[in-house]
Ligand binder design. Structure first.
Ligand code: GUN
Length: 288
C-alpha cells in the first residue's frame, strides 16, 4: 500500500464532536432531525437508524416516521407537509429511493429549503448552481470536507467524477468547480468514451456509480487522489455477501497518492455532514 488513507471515520468523529460542541455552546437548543422511510427496505432501515443514532449521540433530538410501501402520493405528501409546518422539526430527510409508484421530485420539493438537510429540493439545488450559500447534499459535502481536512488543494487540477446522479455526481461536480475550490471537472457516465484514459489523466478521481471494483490500478495516475463513493453488494458462491466499493482498494492503493477506504471513507462522512447540515438548518430557522 503506497497511498495515504483519507480516514473518513476519524474526520467524521471530529465533525460530530464539533457539531456537539456548537450545540452545547448555543445552550443545547432542542434541534430535531426527522427521517421518513417509505417501505421496509432493510438497508434503508439500517441507514435511517444510524442517522437517528448519530443525532442522539451528539445531543440532537431525532424522530423517525415509517410509512407503508403502499402509501399513495397524497399520503406521503401529507406526512412531509406536516413536518414542513411543524416548528419543532428543523431537519427533514426523506430516505431514497422511494417506491416506484411515487413522484420523488414532487415529494422532496415539499420540504422547505431551510429544513432541507439533504440539499435535494429544487430550491437547494438551484442555490448550489448559483454558487450561493445554502444546504448542499451530504455525500458531496463529505467529499469536500475530506479534501479540506487533509489540505488537498485541487485548484487548477483535473478532477473526474464518475456518475451523474442528483444525489452525488452532479452536485459534487458543481462543488469541485466552485470558486475557491477551482478544479477543472469532467462528469463521466455510462456513455463516456475511453473512461480509463480519462481517469488516468485526472489528479482527483471520484467514483460514484455502484459498479464493484470498476476503478483498477491502470485507471489511476501515480500520486492521484482517489475517492470511492460507490457501494454494491457482492454475492459469493457460498451465498455470503460483502459490500464492495467502485475502487479496487488493494490494487489502486499501490499507485494512488491518497485513497478512501470502504467502509470508513466517504460513507462515514455522509452521515457526519448530515449532522453539520442539521445544525446549519437550525441556524437558518433562527434556533441558534
Ligand atoms: N439514500 C442513499 N443515500 C441517501 C442520502 O444521502 N439521502 C437520502 N435521502 N437518501 C439516500
Amino acid at each position: 500500500m503506497n497511498a495515504q488513507l483519507l480516514d473518513g471515520n476519524a474526520v467524521a468523529a471530529a465533525t460530530r464532536a464539533k457539531v456537539a460542541a456548537e450545540l452545547v455552546e448555543a445552550g443545547s437548543p432542542a434541534v430535531c432531525l426527522t427521517t421518513v422511510l417509505v417501505g421496509e427496505d432493510p438497508p434503508s432501515q439500517r441507514y435511517v437508524r444510524m442517522k437517528g443514532r448519530d443525532a442522539t449521540e451528539i445531543g440532537m433530538a431525532s424522530r423517525h416516521i415509517d410509512v407503508p410501501a403502499s402509501a399513495s402520493q397524497d399520503q406521503v405528501a401529507e406526512v412531509v407537509g406536516a413536518l414542513a409546518n411543524d416548528p419543532s422539526v428543523h431537519g427533514i430527510l426523506v430516505q431514497l429511493p422511494l417506491p416506484g409508484h411515487l413522484d420523488t421530485d414532487a415529494i422532496i420539493d415539499l420540504i422547505p429549503s431551510a429544513k432541507d438537510v439533504d440539499g435535494l429540493t429544487r430550491s437547494s439545488l438551484g442555490t448550489l448552481v448559483r454558487g450561493a450559500p445554502g444546504l448542499v447534499p451530504c455525500t458531496p459535502l463529505g467529499v469536500i470536507r475530506l479534501l479540506e481536512h487533509y489540505g488537498l488543494d485541487v485548484a487548477g487540477k483535473r478532477a473526474i467524477v464518475i456518475g451523474r446522479s442528483m444525489l452525488v455526481g452532479l452536485p459534487l461536480s458543481l462543488l469541485l468547480a466552485r470558486k475557491g475550490i477551482d478544479a477543472t471537472v469532467t462528469i463521466a457516465h455510462s456513455r463516456t468514451a475511453d473512461l480509463r484514459d480519462r481517469c488516468r489523466e485526472a489528479d482527483l478521481v471520484v467514483a460514484a456509480v455502484g459498479s464493484a471494483r470498476m476503478v483498477q490500478r491502470d485507471w489511476v495516475k501515480p500520486g492521484a487522489i482517489v475517492m470511492d463513493v460507490g457501494i454494491s453488494r457482492e454475492t459469493h458462491v457460498d451465498g455470503t455477501t460483502k459490500l464492495v466499493g467502485d475502487v479496487d482498494f488493494d490494487a489502486v492503493g499501490e499507485v494512488a497518492g491518497w485513497l478512501t477506504p470502504m467502509p470508513g471513507g466517504t460513507g462515514a462522512m455522509t452521515r457526519a455532514c448530515l449532522m453539520e447540515n442539521t445544525l446549519l438548518a437550525a441556524r437558518l430557522q433562527g434556533i441558534l
